[in-house]
Ligand binder design. Structure first.
Ligand code: HGY
Ligand code: MN
Ligand code: MN
Length: 601
């Protein structure tokens, strides 16, 4: 019979410690510390308390905890002795089926890792789903983490120990994160669609209206119709996938929610997509319960947010706010295909785009769940964070033009080298972005077109991405960087072209909606952590039309994103689904109590 939280809260410290003994083998101090903080408000609260105790245990105890873990190499050995809780874990990951070569590689990696860090690598072999990493994933993780700094690795080992404890605790309480598993499965399925050139390398790239992009749209629409019970599903004139789950009356106001399904090149599986799949799984639960709320739920998979194929970001959400810029239609992609042609080939009706603008009076507001795409939630061991504001950003693409010349015969003093000028600008942008808090400046693209090893670069293309928590901070940084570009080119006798491709204002969360997220997270028994978003999101576009607020979900691998290492655990996705469900029911209660359908602020 699975253990219950009530039993854990009511039992004597001795009895409870016996129940939880194997979670953090063999470090009873973690459980003792946690039990002293009873009552546990929820399973998530218990997990957080244990991770918090480990986090604040001091380096000696942390090192002892890591050093006490069974070595992966040892686990890979057949017949290795494991504790009762951990015995099945190596098997789950297939570690006990290692080939001799794999075993030798793991043992070599372990020796190198121990020699470098002075403790064994700890990796939660059951992985983000609890069902087990593959042997190749384990070896790849081992190799990657060998390159990390020591301090980072100690914390990463501790986070993996927490994850192992979390999975063991789920087992003890008979808990399976069903909704988290469903979102995980959907995300893996969507990730099977990638553009050919990238798919061949095992990379995920889905840019606007590519075949992979259209396949993802079809998949989302199918699941909305066939699995989740949406009443209406369509793919609109810009390729957004729109699912509507009506309220108790069809003309009831709607909550708008969703995120984007396009990706950056060689991106991750959860950026954007998590925010579509989360409300889909919540609507599926409502549908299964035959439940209608006093408002409708409109879930949108936005077709384009990343601006990868065309220089048109927030195209999908911008169409809903009436900001689709018709000039974008003439933009050409790297192969010379205009957006208009791409839309026509995809069967989209360009003339219908203006009709997509939403009437704000018909909506209650917009909410978005999204992976954090950063390290903060990992550093405080929290699965969920409340977004207070989305940073404003401005983007440019530019070219510095000098004179191509012979690398061997052109004296250093008489060159008009475009690449060294771009390098100066890149370093200036880094210095300026670092000079004040809450500002970031990035040169993400730097290219000498048709460059040659023996030619002084006559041209260098570059991009600029400048963001800040306020528009003033953003604009001041942008002004300085552009002024520096002028100075560099004057001094070097070069000239430049610069085009602003995006400018979006900082978007503070609507207080009432932020409060609903806070209430939802509090109801899960978790502490509230408020934080700004350094990444841009569709919510900042909808911000121009209606009140919005976001929920962040912790990412694995220290929250890395825009990278194939992007990952989320099923447990954290379960908590996000629980939080969104709670917000939906909160809103329903508010409306029922008001017994009218006002537009909450
Ligand atoms: O760049 C961003 O912040 C987002 O991922 N488009
Ligand atoms: Mn992104
Ligand atoms: Mn995103």
């Amino acid at each position: 019979m699975p253990l219950t939280l009530e039993q854990l809260n009511a039992a004597s410290a001795l009895e409870a410690a016996a129940w939880l003994g194997g979670l953090y083998e063999p470090s009873p101090w973690v459980i003792e510390g946690a039990l002293a903080r009873r009552p546990f408000l929820s399973l998530a609260h218990l997990k957080y308390v244990m991770a918090d105790i480990v986090r604040h245990a001091g380096r000696d105890r942390q090192l002892a905890l890591v050093r006490a873990q069974p070595e992966l190499a040892g686990q890979a050995m057949v017949g290795n002795t494991q504790t009762p809780e951990s015995g099945h874990e190596p098997d789950q990951a297939g570690l006990t089926q290692c080939t001799a070569a794999e075993l030798a590689k793991i043992q070599r990696l372990n020796a190198d890792y121990n020699a470098k860090f002075g403790f064994p690598l700890v990796l939660a072999a059951p992985g983000p789903t609890g069902l087990g990493l593959t042997r190749s994933e384990i070896i790849a993780t081992f190799e990657r983490r060998l390159d990390n700094p020591a301090d980072f690795e100690l914390l990463e080992c501790l986070r993996n120990i927490d994850r192992i404890a979390e999975i063991r605790l789920n087992d003890k309480l008979g808990v399976t994160p069903e909704l988290g598993n469903q979102v995980w499965d959907w995300a893996q399925r969507l990730a099977t669609h990638s553009e050919a050139a990238y798919a061949d390398r095992g990379e995920l790239t889905v840019t606007y209206l590519s075949d992979a992009h259209r396949a993802v749209a079809q998949r989302l629409a199918h699941w909305m119709r066939a699995d989740c019970g949406f009443d209406e599903v369509e793919i609109d004139a810009v390729g957004n996938v729109v699912g509507i789950y009506h309220g108790s009356t069809r003309d009831a106001k709607r909550l708008l929610t969703g995120s984007h399904y396009d990706t950056v090149r060689n991106g991750g599986k959860y950026d954007g997509r998590l925010g579509i799949l989360m409300p889909m799984v919540c609507v599926r639960e409502l549908h299964r319960q035959g439940r209608r709320l006093p408002y409708g739920i409109e879930v949108v998979g936005f077709a384009e947010e990343e601006g990868q194929r065309y220089r048109a970001v927030f195209l999908g959400s911008g169409a809903l706010t009436g900001h689709f810029n018709a000039d974008w239609l003439a933009q050409q992609d790297a192969d010379g295909v205009t957006m208009r042609e791409a839309m026509t080939r995809a069967g989209l009706c360009v003339d219908d785009i203006p009709k997509l603008r939403r009437d704000a009076s018909k909506y209650l507001g917009f909410v978005e769940t999204h992976i954090e795409q950063g390290p903060v939630l990992n550093e405080i061991d929290l699965p969920l964070g409340i977004v207070t504001s989305i940073n404003g950003s401005v983007r440019y693409i530019g070219s510095i033009i000098g004179m191509a010349s012979h690398a061997g015969t052109t004296p250093m003093g008489s060159r008009r080298d475009a690449a060294t000028a771009a390098a100066e600008l890149t370093l200036y942008a880094e210095r300026r972005g670092s000079s004040v808090p809450n500002v970031v400046a990035t040169v993400g693209m730097l290219e000498v077109p048709s460059g040659s090893i023996n030619v002084v670069p006559g041209r260098c293309n570059f991009s600029l991405d400048i963001r800040a928590t306020s528009d003033d901070l953003r604009d001041s940084c942008a002004t300085d960087v552009c002024a520096e570009l002028v100075r560099i080119c004057e001094r070097r006798g070069l000239h430049f072209k610069l085009e602003e491709t995006m400018r979006v204002a900082a978007a503070p969360s609507a207080p009432a909606w932020q409060r609903r997220w806070e209430q939802a997270v509090h109801a899960l028994g978790l502490p509230i952590h408020r934080m700004p978003s350094g990444a841009g999101h569709d919510a900042m576009k909808l911000h121009e039309l209606m009140p919005q607020a976001m929920l962040f979900v912790r990412g694995q691998n220290a929250g890395i994103s825009h990278n194939p290492l992007e990952s989320v655990t099923n447990d954290d996705m379960q908590l996000a689904a629980d939080a969104l469900s709670n917000l939906l029911l909160q809103l329903a209660t508010e409306l029922q109590q008001a017994s009218i359908s006002p537009a909450p602020d």
